[in-house]
Design a protein around this ligand. Structure first.
Ligand SMILES: Cc1cc2nc3c(=O)[nH]c(=O)nc-3n(C[C@H](O)[C@H](O)[C@H](O)COP(=O)(O)O)c2cc1C
Length: 345
């Protein structure tokens, strides 16, 4: 049986395979209340029936002004936690493990009138100018992450992922181009890491299950002002010391720039391998991993421990069955006999 589709105990999770659905915002909360809709049940349910081992729910805001847009899911109140618990229960019934990506968009909160950021540096003209966070803001937003984690625990999620990538608030703290603070949260790499460090330290007592962190290890900047891969290896080591269970490695999003790295199947996997060199923690690879052979290769050659299939799963909720067919994985079990009649090759 392939490594991709074999059961595995990893990152303190029992997974039926190594196929992870990465967080992908669907902007389907039309009522702007952060509550899941019929769409979310159908959308995630289809991928659970399709055989995904771990579904990481889209960026879910820790406070209203932390949303990417007002159509995002939220975990800033108990009604949202209660509603999401039914989604989690449903996905568990279909055999998937489920996580929530908790997020604050910072200066990239498109609908916030006064977005907050480490420093008052705008993203671009289409976003409102951000306000530099005061100490009170720092304390309040850390508490919002902790409260969201507590609700995720009560809702039955198997893990949470802290969104520290793609130019959202925590990523803004990491990077010198977006963090020009002169207090304990700016300056050295250690200071720029402090906001996330304190969030994790505060979450651990209320969330005993696995905590993952998503990082953007390249900002696509060519001025030499961004963190280097060595800086991110250091951050990875600090995250390992803090007891994080897995690192989810991505790139980009900090600046309104097109990727300046070549884009091809597995284009970010080299960054995952670089982070893997620095830590013993499991590391995921993501980015145009549509090819099951490429996924299997990355796992077999220890370039990554889990693979995430995003757009591939939007296009085909039954991607795991497709992978089984491509990899000649005759032991792979499709959800039920009726589905097998449509999917088995
Ligand atoms: C529609 C869409 C929404 C996304 N939303 C999120 C998100 O909420 N959080 C996040 O960390 N990444 C988000 N991403 C990035 C994906 O998680 C993934 O890293 C990226 O699409 C590359 O993987 P792929 O080539 O398999 O799609 C999104 C991507 C897409 C296509």
């Amino acid at each position: 049986m392939s490594m991709l589709l074999s059961p595995v105990q990893i990152a303190r999770l029992d997974l039926k395979n190594r196929v992870v659905m990465p967080p992908m915002c669907m902007y389907e909360v039309k009522s702007e209340d952060g509550l899941p809709t019929a769409f979310h049940h159908a959308h995630y349910g289809a991928r659970a029936i399709g055989g995904v081992g771990l579904i990481i729910q889209e960026a879910t805001a820790v406070e209203p002004d932390g949303r990417l847009t007002k159509h995002d899911l939220g975990l800033w109140n108990d009604a949202q936690g209660e509603a999401l618990s039914h989604l989690v229960e449903e996905l568990h019934a279909f055999g998937a493990k489920v996580g929530a990506q908790i997020c604050h968009a910072g200066r990239k909160a498109a609908d916030a009138l006064e977005p907050l950021a480490p420093s008052a540096i705008p993203y671009n003209d289409s976003f409102n100018d951000p306000i530099q966070m005061s100490m009170d803001d720092i304390v309040r937003i850390k508490a919002a992450f902790v409260a969201a984690a507590k609700r995720a625990d009560a809702a039955g999620y198997d893990m949470i992922e802290i969104h520290a990538a793609h130019g959202y608030l925590i990523n803004q703290f990491f990077e010198p181009m977006t963090n020009q603070r002169t207090d304990a949260y700016g300056g050295s790499l250690e200071n720029r890491f402090r906001f996330l460090k304190e969030i994790i330290e505060d979450i651990k007592p209320v969330f005993a299950k696995p905590i993952w962190v998503r990082l953007s290890v390249s900002a696509y900047d060519e001025t030499g002002l961004q963190n280097t891969i060595e800086d991110y290896q250091q951050i990875a080591k600090w995250l390992e010391e803090l007891g994080v269970s897995c690192l989810d490695i991505s790139t980009g999003g900090l600046l309104p720039r097109r990727p300046n790295i070549p884009i091809y199947g597995g284009y970010q996997a080299g960054f995952s391998a670089k982070i893997k060199e620095a830590v013993k923690l499991p590391v995921t690879a993501v980015g145009l991993l549509h090819s099951p052979e490429l996924c299997e290769y990355l796992l077999q050659y220890q370039q990554a421990d889990l693979v995430q299939v995003g757009r591939g799963l939007i296009g085909n909720p039954n991607w795991p069955a497709h992978a089984a067919s491509v990899l000649h994985d005759h032991d792979y079990v499709i959800y039920n006999d009726s589905y097998a009649r449509g999917l088995a090759k």
